[in-house]
Design a protein around this ligand. Sequence first.
Ligand code: DSN
Length: 413
Amino acid sequence: MNLSKKIKELINLEVDRQQRGLILIASENYCSAEVLAAMGSPLSNKYSEGYPGKRYYSGNEHIDQIERLAQQLALEMFNLKDKDWHANVQPHSGSSANLAVYLGVLKPGDKILAMDLAHGGHLTHGSPVNFSGKLFNFVHYGVDPKTNLIDYKAVEKIALKEKPKMIVCGATAYPRTIDFKKFGVIAKKSGAILVADISHIAGLIVAGVHPSPFPYADIVTSTTHKTLGGPRSAFIICRTELAKEIDKAIFPGLQGGPLENMIAAKALCFNHALTNDFKKIQTQTIKNARALATELIKRNYNLVSGGTDNHLLLLDLRPQKINGKQAADALETADIFTNANMIPFDPASPFAPSGLRLGTPALSTRGMKEKEMKLVAELIDKVLRNFGSTRITKKAKQEVTQLTKKFPLSAVR
Ligand code: DSN
């Protein structure tokens, strides 16, 4: 087999899937051609363990400039001054960013308060199957059973009782605004370090359409490929007094050579995030999520918390009598890509949960607006209402192709 040919063929097929399909996975997006080019550049050939000006290998004159630019732009995105805040742009992923934060400022076994994964948190926020839950003593807060909103009074109560060393706020399946200011007050009262994991909403925050965790959080972690629409990577911003610990935790603590091709791509992503074009996309992402929510509610879908304030929606499919996995599989056959998700207090198993998570970042980057969200809701409903009908799914797939053809990826990538 000619492997080069095979891999090329598979890449082309994947690009075609991304063009043809409706990407409604809340954590996915399309990055730009310049970001793709930086990721595939010869910067990948260089070893640069250490930090700008303090490397363990020679030949880092240009690499240092790239990394410094990425650090400056990371702070600029959030209007932060480098005398108060420090950016580490080396984390390879959100998981390594979070691990570095825990190992940098805590000791294994220390207590951390974070959102329950089953209520919308994240694996790295203390799931027992993840390093976080194995290495640290996590206690969890969740949402109110009636409203499905974070109950800040309950969070405070747990924080004052448990006295955690750290509080982590941030989520992957929470459709509402996170009140970082309230978390800041709770952290202060209980003497905890506040970490905000803004991976899902970083783009919304930079564009000013979701409140910022600064200056309330002491440390902020984020991935760069979700609402931010950049390369598959991450970064950490912390108060300058914590910079040494965070930098040491990333290198030599847990990563080796930084991926400078990815750091260049992050710099380009951060630079784009400062533009008006980016702000428009983020504003539209929220408008689209609201429009999709309205259209689905009209079609009798139950939305966890009754709607959305951000880029994502969580459907409770119990009234439809199908589970999230069945729904995601049926939609996939129509080229509509979503993911099954637990809903708060889910009586079902994580392998066949009751929820379906939908997000609008990718469709908004493609240029879709409220008008298209109505069509998207119609298509989702058509497939789910006729669950099991191959004829209807086939028809829906054709309609998806017709719709996505009008929004070519070449226009964004
Ligand atoms: N996999 C990401 C998400 O889908 O939210 C979180 O790591």
